[in-house]
Write a protein that binds this ligand. Structure first.
Ligand SMILES: Cc1cc2nc3c(=O)[nH]c(=O)nc-3n(C[C@H](O)[C@H](O)[C@H](O)COP(=O)(O)OP(=O)(O)OC[C@H]3O[C@@H](n4cnc5c(N)ncnc54)[C@H](O)[C@@H]3O)c2cc1C
Ligand SMILES: *[C@@H]1O[C@H](CO)[C@@H](O)[C@H](O)[C@H]1NC(C)=O
Ligand SMILES: *[C@@H]1O[C@H](CO)[C@@H](O)[C@H](O)[C@H]1NC(C)=O
Ligand SMILES: *[C@@H]1O[C@H](CO)[C@@H](O)[C@H](O)[C@H]1NC(C)=O
Ligand SMILES: *[C@@H]1O[C@H](CO)[C@@H](O)[C@H](O)[C@H]1NC(C)=O
Ligand SMILES: *[C@@H]1O[C@H](CO)[C@@H](O)[C@H](O)[C@H]1NC(C)=O
Ligand SMILES: *[C@@H]1O[C@H](CO)[C@@H](O)[C@H](O)[C@H]1NC(C)=O
Ligand SMILES: *[C@@H]1O[C@H](CO)[C@@H](O)[C@H](O)[C@H]1NC(C)=O
Ligand SMILES: *[C@@H]1O[C@H](CO)[C@@H](O)[C@H](O)[C@H]1NC(C)=O
Ligand SMILES: *[C@@H]1O[C@H](CO)[C@@H](O)[C@H](O)[C@H]1NC(C)=O
Length: 590
C-alpha cells in the first residue's frame, strides 16, 4: 500500500469510503487538506505531529497575507471557514493580533475544524466530472474553494471533498464576442477562468485598452463567488453589477455535463448563475464579461484623522448621507465610512474638466476634513488601473486571518430623499453603537447599479434584467453594512455574544430599510433568519429552487443558506459547526 493510500484509510475512519479509487481515477491527485498552521503544532487531532520550523516560520510571518491563504488548498481568508464555530477547541489557529504570530502553547492540538478532509486541485472539466461521480455514488459531501474569501462559510465543510479551482488561470480578450448559439455580438469582452483574481484581470484589461468591472480587492476572483453573488464594485453604479455584465459561463453541472451557458443555451441556468450564488449549480470553469474602453476616472479620496470621537464620526456620516442622492444621481460610487469617503466617477461630465466639478461636489466634505487636520485629494486619473495601482494595491494585501462578518441591507434610494429618512439612518447607527459597533469603524459600499438601472427600461416601462439577485439592488443606493469580528481564540460564549449583537443590528437594519429591501448575501450575516427572502426575494427564490432541483437532483452541492439549503440542515451533522450556534442565536430572539 503506498503511503497516501494508507492515509486515506486512516482519515476516512468509520465511513470507510473508497477514497483510493477516486485517487486512482485522478492519477494520484487526491490530497488530504491540512490546516495551514499545522507545521507549528506538536499534535494533530490528538496524535503527535512533527513540527516543521521552516514552514511554521513562513506561516507565522505571513499569517495576515491574502496570498498565503489563497494559494493553500486547506486555508481560507476568514477564520470562520476554518474554525468549527460551535466547538472552540476544534480549530488550528495562531494568534492574529501580533506579527509574526507567537508559537502556539506547547500542548495545544491542531484540529481540523471545518476544513474539508480532501481536495482536488482542479485542472479541467474531467476532474469535476470524476468528483461528481464519486460524490453521487458514495454520498460524499462536496465543497468548492476558489480564492477562499467567502464570509458565509459556503466555501468549506467538515468531512467534505473540496474542489479547489484556484489554479484555473487562463484569460482571453475578444474584440467582439458572440455567445455560443447566439447571433448577435455584444462587443468587447474578456473570458476569465475561475481562479483569476481581480488584480490580474484589471492588468490584463488595461493591457487591452479596456476596463473590467470587478471587486475592490486584488485577491477576490472575478468569475466565481463574487460574480454569482451579484458582484459589486466601485464602478457598478454606472456600468452595472457583475451579473448585469456577464455574457456566458463555462460550467460542469452536478449531472456530470460540461456546458456553455448563456442567454441562448440553458437560459434557465444562465439566470440562476446571475445571482443565485456560488457553490450551488455546478463548478464554474470560466466566465465571459463585457468590458468598457480604458477611460479617465475622477477619484475623490477624503480622510479625517483616525483619532476622532464617535460623535464627530456621526456628524461626518450625516454629511455623507445628505450628499448621497446627488452623488448617486451624478454617477459617483465607492465607499462611505466613519473616517473617510472614497468615490469614483467615469462619466465625461466629471472627467473632462480636470476635476473642477468634482472638487465642487466634495467641497463641504473637504472643508470639514481639512478643518480637523484630515486630507483631501480629488483628481482625474487617466485610467482605472492608474488609481488601482497607486491607491489600492499597496494597502490591500493583508486582510487575511480574521474572523470578521458583516450584516448587509440594501438601503432604498427613497430613504435618502427626505430629512426624516436621512435622520433615520443616523438613529440606526446610534442603536448599532449601543450594540458595540462604533460609528468610527462604520464602512459601507455605495456600489448599487444606481445610474445603470435607469437606462434599462424597455419601451413598455418594465424590465427583465435576466438576473436572479434580489431586485432590491436596482432601487437602492447603499449596501449598508455593520461589521465586526470575533477573536481567533474566542470562547463559545464570546461567539454567541458577538453573533447575537450582529443579529440584533441586522434586525434593526431590516426595520430601517423597510419591507422592499434585501441584502447582498456575499457580505451578509450568516446567522440572520429570513435569508431566502432577504437574499433573493420570494419570486426569484422559488424559481432558483426549481432550477437547482433540475440540475442537481441529488443535492451534491449543498452549502450554508445557499439555494437548496433546508431548515432541517441546520441541525444535521454536516453543518454541526454552524448549527448549534444558529439554534442558540435563534433562542436569543424567540
Ligand atoms: C477582502 C475582501 C474584499 C471583498 N470585496 C468585495 C467587493 O468589492 N465586491 C463584492 O461584491 N464582494 C466582495 N467581497 C466578497 C466576495 O464577493 C465573496 O467573498 C465571494 O464569495 C468570493 O468569491 P470567490 O470565488 O473568490 O471565493 P470563495 O470563498 O473561494 O468562494 C465563494 C463561494 O463561491 C463558490 N465557488 C468558488 N469557486 C467556484 C467555482 N469555480 N464554481 C462554482 N462555485 C464556486 C464557493 O463554494 C463559495 O460558495 C470581498 C471579500 C473579501 C474577503
Ligand atoms: C518543511 O517544510 C518545507 C517547506 O514546506 C519543506 O520544503 C521541507 O521538506 C519540510 N521539512 C521536513 C523535514 O518535512
Ligand atoms: C497545557 O498544559 C498546562 C500545564 O501543564 C495546563 O495547565 C493546561 O491546561 C494545558 N492546556 C491544554 C489545552 O491541555
Ligand atoms: C440566429 O439566426 C438564424 C438565421 O437567421 C435563425 O434561424 C435563428 O433562430 C437565430 N437564433 C437566435 C438564437 O436568435
Ligand atoms: C491600445 O491603445 C494604444 C494607443 O491608442 C495603441 O497604440 C495600442 O496598440 C492599443 N493596444 C491594444 C492591445 O489594442
Ligand atoms: C489640473 O488640476 C491640477 C490640480 O488638481 C493642477 O495641478 C493641474 O495643473 C491642472 N491641469 C490643467 C491642465 O489645468
Ligand atoms: C488628532 O490628530 C490630528 C492630526 O493627526 C492632530 O492634529 C490632533 O491634535 C489630534 N487630536 C487629538 C484629540 O488627539
Ligand atoms: C437588541 O438591542 C437593543 C438595543 O439596541 C436592546 O434593547 C434589545 O434588548 C436587544 N435585543 C436582544 C434580543 O438582545
Ligand atoms: C425607468 O423607470 C423608472 C421607474 O419607473 C423611472 O424613474 C425612470 O425615469 C425610467 N428611465 C427611463 C430611461 O425611462
Ligand atoms: C486570546 O489571545 C489573546 C492574544 O491574541 C490573549 O491576550 C488572550 O488572553 C487569549 N484569550 C484566551 C481566553 O486564551
Amino acid at each position: 500500500m503506498k503511503p497516501e493510500a494508507l492515509l486515506f484509510c486512516i482519515l476516512s475512519g468509520a465511513h470507510a469510503l473508497p477514497w483510493s479509487t477516486l485517487d486512482t481515477t485522478l492519477g494520484g491527485r487526491l490530497k488530504p487538506a491540512t490546516p495551514l498552521a499545522l507545521p507549528c503544532f506538536t499534535s494533530y487531532s490528538g496524535k503527535p505531529n512533527a513540527v516543521n520550523e521552516t514552514s511554521c516560520t513562513t506561516t507565522r510571518e505571513n499569517w495576515k497575507m491574502n496570498d498565503l491563504h489563497v494559494s493553500t488548498a486547506g486555508s481560507y481568508m476568514n477564520l470562520q471557514s476554518e474554525m468549527c464555530l460551535s466547538d472552540p477547541v476544534d480549530q488550528c489557529l495562531i494568534d492574529n493580533t501580533i506579527s509574526p504570530a507567537p508559537l502556539p502553547a506547547g500542548n495545544t492540538s491542531c484540529n481540523q475544524g471545518s476544513i474539508p478532509s480532501y481536495y482536488i486541485d482542479v485542472t479541467g472539466a474531467g476532474d469535476v466530472v470524476a468528483a461528481f461521480d464519486f460524490a453521487r455514488k458514495h454520498r460524499v459531501r462536496l465543497s468548492i474553494k476558489n480564492s477562499g474569501h467567502d464570509f458565509m462559510m459556503r466555501n468549506t465543510g467538515k468531512g467534505s471533498l473540496s474542489l479547489w479551482t484556484h489554479n484555473l488561470q487562463h484569460i482571453a480578450y475578444h474584440p467582439s464576442f458572440t455567445p455560443k448559439g447566439c447571433n448577435a455580438s455584444f462587443g468587447a469582452a474578456m473570458t476569465v477562468a475561475a481562479g483569476v483574481d481581480g488584480n490580474t484581470a484589471h492588468e490584463f484589461a488595461d493591457a487591452h485598452n479596456s476596463t473590467i468591472i470587478g471587486p475592490y480587492s486584488p485577491s477576490v476572483t472575478v468569475s466565481a463567488g463574487w460574480l454569482m453573488g451579484g458582484g459589486h464594485g466601485v464602478l457598478a453604479p454606472v456600468y452595472g453589477l457583475g451579473v448585469d455584465r456577464v455574457l456566458e459561463f463555462h460550467i460542469v453541472t452536478p449531472d456530470g455535463i460540461e456546458r456553455t451557458v448563456n442567454a441562448c443555451q440553458d437560459p434557465d441556468l444562465f439566470f440562476a448563475l446571475r445571482g443565485g450564488g456560488g457553490g450551488t449549480f455546478g463548478v464554474v470553469l470560466s466566465a465571459t464579461h463585457r468590458v468598457e474602453p480604458r477611460i479617465p476616472i475622477v477619484f475623490a479620496d477624503i480622510h479625517l484623522p483616525s483619532n476622532i470621537s464617535s460623535e464627530t464620526a456621526l456628524k461626518w456620516v450625516k454629511m455623507l448621507i445628505d450628499e448621497s442622492l446627488d452623488w448617486g444621481s451624478a454617477g459617483w460610487g465607492g465607499h462611505v465610512a466613519g473616517t473617510y469617503v472614497t468615490h469614483f466617477n467615469p462619466l465625461p461630465a466629471l472627467t473632462a474638466d480636470n476635476g473642477t466639478a468634482a472638487r465642487a461636489a466634495f467641497r463641504r466634505l473637504t472643508d470639514f476634513a481639512l478643518s480637523l487636520g484630515g486630507t483631501s485629494n480629488v483628481n482625474v486619473y487617466p485610467s482605472w488601473l492608474a488609481i488601482w495601482n497607486k491607491f489600492l494595491l499597496p494597502y490591500d494585501a493583508l486582510q487575511a486571518g480574521a474572523a470578521g462578518m458583516a450584516s448587509s441591507r440594501l438601503l432604498p434610494a427613497d430613504i435618502f430623499a427626505t430629512e426624516e429618512g436621512r435622520e433615520s439612518i443616523i438613529d440606526y447607527l446610534r442603536a448599532a453603537q449601543d450594540l458595540g459597533f462604533n460609528p468610527v469603524n462604520f464602512y459601507t459600499p455605495v456600489t448599487t447599479p444606481f445610474v445603470y438601472q435607469r437606462g434599462q427600461n424597455t419601451s413598455a416601462g418594465s424590465v427583465d434584467r435576466g438576473t436572479s439577485v434580489t431586485p432590491a439592488w436596482y432601487h437602492s443606493l447603499w449596501h449598508l453594512q455593520t461589521i465586526g469580528s470575533m477573536a481567533w481564540n474566542s470562547s463559545y460564549a464570546d461567539r454567541l455574544n458577538y453573533l447575537t449583537h450582529l443579529t440584533n443590528a441586522t434586525i434593526q437594519a431590516e426595520a430601517l430599510a423597510g419591507p422592499t429591501a434585501g441584502s447582498h448575501f456575499n457580505e451578509a450575516n450568516p446567522f440572520a433568519s429570513g435569508w431566502q427572502e432577504s437574499y433573493w426575494g420570494t419570486e426569484n427564490y422559488e424559481k432558483l429552487l426549481q432550477i437547482k432541483k433540475k440540475y442537481d437532483p441529488h443535492r451534491l452541492l449543498k452549502c450554508w443558506k445557499c439555494i437548496g439549503f433546508e431548515e432541517e440542515d441546520i441541525s444535521s451533522a454536516q453543518f454541526a459547526c454552524q448549527g448549534k450556534l444558529q439554534l442558540d442565536v435563534d433562542r436569543a430572539f424567540s
